[in-house]
Design a protein around this ligand. Structure first.
Ligand code: R5P
Length: 319
């Protein structure tokens, strides 16, 4: 395959720079102009003819602007004759809109996959989808990285002999189960129900043993913090001694500061797939943000070289 090039939209400059540095590929030059009528113009500043191009853009506020920017960037690269374009989307947009659970609604994660393909993406690289079935929305190759190795390395720095991994609901059971297996820990599941679209999670029961244990709540994302707050409350009610939480995507929206502030977590660990604002970082004193740059850079280099990406997620002896 031809030369590798990496470009980035404006959603997460720090992550894009770190990925490019880890991959030892300089970020490609481009200019984004926003006109007074809110139209976006993107000018690629270098020749990409015949290149294997990777475009980094995550879902972060202002979300709709960043989605359109990504589509325009891919379109510009396609018409500049890039040989192959891979959309690198650390946090996939509308990932929670993955099913038709009400009449007359859009499965918007599928629409996002369609839009990327229409713009000209030949492949997609993302991390920890809300549901792995979203991979099936793409008619082009799509790879999903998991943050498990990064979070595992972090939590393993402490003695885990009394720890239990906790899923915030049955839906998170699979991803939490994968994490528990990697850490060789037991797991528990909270019975969480959402009352409606009010983003308020309620729980009342727990499957598994947490009394006298150190609980590690594990989820794909933290949005308003309601799930983690409820999980922490119920874990303490059932006798957990310490309550920590780990999640891939730090959406951190709405009343998250108040909710996590009152959750009394001993530690909160997330990754940098979404930028965490200084205000949020200040408001969450025990927050650790882990870098995903090396994982993305390794995956980019592997895709470029035609090597396996799924192999990166395997433990020695697994296949
Ligand atoms: C939901 O199904 C997800 O796995 C997360 O539990 C959810 O997105 C977290 O949202 P919140 O922080 O608003 O409870």
């Amino acid at each position: 395959m031809s030369s590798i090039k990496i470009f980035a939209g404006s959603s997460h400059p720090a992550l894009a720079q770190s990925i490019a540095a880890e991959a030892r590929v300089p970020l490609g030059g481009l200019r984004v102009t926003r006109f007074s009528n809110e139209n976006i113009k993107i000018k690629i500043d270098e020749n990409v003819r015949g290149s294997d191009v990777f475009v980094i853009q995550t879902s972060a506020a202002p979300l709709s602007d960043h989605i359109v920017e990504l589509l325009i960037l891919i379109d510009a690269l396609k018409f500049a004759s890039a040989a192959r374009i891979t959309a690198v989307v650390p946090y996939f947009p509308y990932a929670r809109s993955d099913k038709k659970d009400e009449a007359r609604i859009s499965i918007t994660a599928r629409l996002m996959a369609d839009l990327l393909e229409t713009a000209g993406a030949d492949r997609v690289l993302t991390m920890t989808l809300h549901a792995p079935q979203i991979l099936g929305f793409f008619r082009k190759p799509a790879d999903q990285l998991l943050a498990t190795p990064i979070l595992k390395e972090h939590f393993e720095r402490e003695d885990l002999s009394r720890s239990v991994v906790v899923a915030t609901d049955a839906g998170a059971g699979k991803i939490a189960g994968h994490f528990a297996k990697r850490l060789h820990l037991p797991m528990a599941i909270i019975d969480k129900r959402r009352v409606d679209d009010s983003e308020l999670a309620m729980s009342s029961a727990l499957i598994g043993e947490v009394e006298g244990k150190d609980a590690i709540i594990y989820d794909d994302e933290i949005a308003t913090g309601g799930s983690i707050q409820e999980a922490a409350r119920i874990l303490r009610h059932f006798g957990a001694v310490r309550v920590r939480a780990g999640a891939t995507h730090a959406v951190l929206s709405g009343p998250v500061l108040e909710r996590l502030g009152s959750a009394g977590l001993d530690e909160l660990v997330v990754t940098d797939t979404i930028p965490v604002s200084p205000e949020k970082a200040r408001g969450l004193s025990n927050l650790h943000v882990l870098s995903t740059a090396k994982l993305f850079a390794d995956a980019i280099v592997r895709i470029h070289n035609g090597q396996s990406v799924s192999e990166m997620m395997e433990e020695p002896g697994e296949s």
